[in-house]
Each structure stands twice: as C-alpha cells, then as structure tokens.
Design a protein around this ligand. Structure first.
Ligand SMILES: Cc1cc2nc3c(=O)[nH]c(=O)nc-3n(C[C@H](O)[C@H](O)[C@H](O)COP(=O)(O)OP(=O)(O)OC[C@H]3O[C@@H](n4cnc5c(N)ncnc54)[C@H](O)[C@@H]3O)c2cc1C
Length: 385
C-alpha cells in the first residue's frame, strides 16, 4: 500500500529514514526510556542527517523536501522513539517554519541554521496557567517601551522549555481588543535575565522529554525580536498549528505501527488452549481493526501533507488527521497491551511504554474535543451556514 500512495522518491526517502531510525535511534531508545535523560547528542545526529530541515530551504541549511517528507520522518522516528520525535518536531516543525515564513532576513539568518543542525533547541510558548484550549484568552503581556518590548507573564506545559535557546513566544500587545486581534509573536532568547524556569514537570510518558513551566518578569527584548507585524500573531499561530497537527498525526501513525507490530508478532508466538492466540477471533479481529486504523490515519495525514505542500487551506484536514490518528493510537496501544496479556503490562515490554506515550496525543497540540469543534465549524462554513 505504501508504494502506491507515495512517489518513488518518497518511498526511497522512507527507506533511508527507517534505516537511520533503526540503526542510530533504536539502539539508544531503551536507555532514554530508563534514564529519563534528554538525548542532546542524538538530536544533533538527527539534525546532521537532515531530518530537522524538511520544511526549510537549502539556503538556511534545510533540505526543502516538504511536508510529505516531514510526515515520513515523524512516522519513522516515532516508531522507534516517540519522545525524540516530539522534541525534534517542536524545534523543526513548530519553531522554525514560522520564523522562515514570517521572519525578516536577519531573523532567518540568525535563528534557522543552528536550529536545523540540532545545535540549538527551539520551543513554542502558547499555553498559560489560565489559558489552554482558549488561546485567544492569553494573558502574557508585551509592552512597548522605547525600542524594546517588556514581557511579563507565565507559560506552562512548554515542551523543550527549560532546554530551549529560542522560544517562539506569543503575548498580548494590545489588550484593548480581543487577543485574536491584539496578540503578537516574538523570538525570545532564553539567556534573557528576566526569564526563569519554575519547574520541569514529571510526565506520565515520553520519558526524557522536558516540559516546563516558564516565567517572564520584566524581560526586556529588542523590537527586532517581533516576528511579523505587531498584533498579527494570531494568524502566525493558526498557520503554525496546521503543520504541527499534521506532524503529530504522522507521529501517532509511527507508534501505532510499532505497537501493532509487537501485537502481531506476539499473537503468532504465544500459544494457549493448544494453538497460537491469533487463531482466536478475539485476538485476530483486533489485529484487523488495528491495521485498518493505521492505514486510515496515514491516508488522512498524507492528504493533509499534500494539501499543505500545494498551499491549500488545510485546517479541517489537519484537525481530522490529528483527531483520528491520535484517537486511533490510544485504541491501538490499548489493544496491543491487551493482546500481549500480562507481559504487555510489564515495563519489559515496549507496549507498556507506547501506551503511556500515546496518551499525550489527544491533549497536546489541541485536544480531541477542540479538533471536533474545529472540524464541525469548517463543515458548516464550507456549506455556507
Ligand atoms: C506533554 C505536554 C506538552 C505540551 N507542550 C506544549 C508546548 O510546547 N507549547 C504550548 O504552548 N503548549 C503545550 N502543551 C499544552 C497543550 O497544548 C494544552 O495542554 C492543551 O491545548 C489543552 O489545554 P489545557 O491543558 O489547559 O486544557 P483545557 O483547555 O483546560 O481543557 C480541559 C478539558 O476541557 C475540554 N475543553 C476545553 N474547551 C472546550 C470546548 N470549547 N469544547 C469542548 N471541550 C473543551 C478539553 O478538551 C479538555 O478535555 C503541552 C501539553 C502537554 C500535556
């Protein structure tokens, strides 16, 4: 199926990334899971292989391969180490493309090359203690003082937050209107004296990922840190989210696929009542449903990636891909644990980790309920209601 959906070049690229994932990433994955240590050097290897720059042109060190290639990278790396793909994606998909699309030449030259090699780490700061799904209710303020902006506020649940060199930070610049019209985006350098890390959270899964609570207290940044135009940050945020959701959906396909393969293998090796457990419909029909969900999730993701490459509006498709792929990942990882039985619940089986890792996905990057809200809104809008 894969070969007919993708071009020959895309299929060859998948083989290349899979080889990298299996030979370079997989040998380190268990150690990351056990130690919970952030894989700084491994991320640099991902950068050196060119897998941080699919969405950026060669001029800034990227490969310019585009969104389909990005989904292939996300799927293949997630299949062996989900947390590595999340930290990679935050830097190379959520931080870098908005800088490329909306940034000045100076900003692109300053921030993109070191991000693409994995030498510097990016983050994106949207969520706050009182503001999650309702991003338009943002409270972090950026006040223009002379040639500078002064930032005050807090951001929480920020992936890569305590490690980041640069943060794509969203803040309110005009509180007299709704944040949608008064929000701006900034490139915030984390060595600013007004910046501090309140804490890193302990997570349910994704061991090794750093997700942080950040504080900005009278943090003064130059006006040149503004990304795009003042008060036009909401459009940057919306643009970024379509790409982010497509990459997250591809990642979900990756660890769904991994859990599925463990379940298929186990169902042929384990015998009960004198036969392989795959002979019981209670097991094999689960395998069938898993296969269908993986194919469908990949199709939705690929459709959105191709639309993004053609410059078509893809908000509904991006939300659909994320909703379906991330919900499917819950079900697939749950069923994989079930098919493995008791050993599936033990830390020595990879399904235990994948089940916990997958739980993030209907929350991060916009919850499943928010995806449903966006999809229905677009459905009615497309029909003129
Ligand atoms: C591990 C992790 C990493 C993250 N990384 C980042 C990051 O790098 N940068 C960043 O900015 N944020 C990040 N987030 C934050 C994430 O985007 C938010 O958690 C998410 O958008 C939900 O916001 P919330 O947690 O405040 O939940 P809330 O918005 O409070 O939602 C709570 C519940 O209410 C439901 N709900 C809310 N509004 C509606 C509605 N209108 N209709 C139906 N149901 C609704 C939600 O679906 C959810 O079930 C991360 C989160 C996690 C867990």
């Amino acid at each position: 199926m894969l070969s007919v959906l993708y071009t020959d070049e895309e299929n060859a690229f998948r083989e290349e990334v899979r080889e990298f994932a299996e030979t370079v990433v997989a040998p380190e994955a268990d150690a990351i899971e056990e130690s919970g240590e952030y894989p700084r050097e491994l991320l640099k290897k991902v950068g050196a292989a060119g897998y941080m720059g699919a969405l950026l042109p060669p001029e800034y060190g990227g490969t310019g391969l585009g969104m389909v290639a990005e989904t292939i990278i996300a799927e293949e790396i997630s299949a062996v180490c989900p947390m590595l793909d999340v930290t990679r994606g935050v830097t190379s998909v959520y931080f870098a493309p908005p800088v490329y699309k909306f940034g000045s030449d100076e900003q692109k030259k300053t921030y993109l090359p070191s991000i693409i090699t994995g030498d510097k780490i990016g983050a994106i700061g949207i969520t706050e203690p009182d503001v999650g799904s309702d991003t338009a209710g943002m409270k972090t303020r950026a006040v223009k003082v002379g040639d500078d902006y002064v930032i005050d506020g807090e951001k929480r649940f920020i992936t890569n937050g305590s490690l980041a060199d640069f943060i794509l930070l969203f803040a309110v610049t005009d509180p007299s209107v709704k944040a949608r019209k008064g929000m701006s985006a900034f490139i915030f350098e984390a060595d600013n004296p007004g910046f501090s890390v309140v804490k890193d959270y302990d997570l349910m899964g994704m061991n090794g990922l750093k997700v942080s609570h950040l504080k900005f207290e009278r943090a003064r940044i130059p006006a040149s840190a503004l990304l795009g135009e003042e008060n036009k940050g909401f459009a940057i945020l919306m643009d970024e989210l379509d790409t982010e959701r497509t990459s997250l959906a591809a990642g979900a396909v990756g660890y769904s696929r991994a859990a599925f393969e463990f379940a298929v293998k186990h169902s042929t090796e384990r015998e009960q009542f004198g036969r392989q457990i795959r002979m019981f419909e209670g097991v094999s029909f689960k395998i069938a449903d898993m296969a269908v969900k993986i194919d469908a999730a990949r199709l939705l993701t690929l459709q959105t990636a191709r639309m993004i490459e053609k410059g078509l509006p893809a908000s509904r498709q991006g939300a659909s891909a994320k909703l379906f792929a991330c919900n499917a990942a819950q079900e697939i990882c749950y069923d994989a644990v079930q098919i493995l039985g008791g050993i599936g619940y033990m830390k020595e089986s990879k399904t235990e980790q994948l089940f916990r890792d997958a739980r993030l996905m209907p929350i991060g990057g916009g919850t499943a309920e928010i995806m449903q809200f966006l999809i229905q809104r677009e459905v009615y809008k497309e029909r003129g209601y």
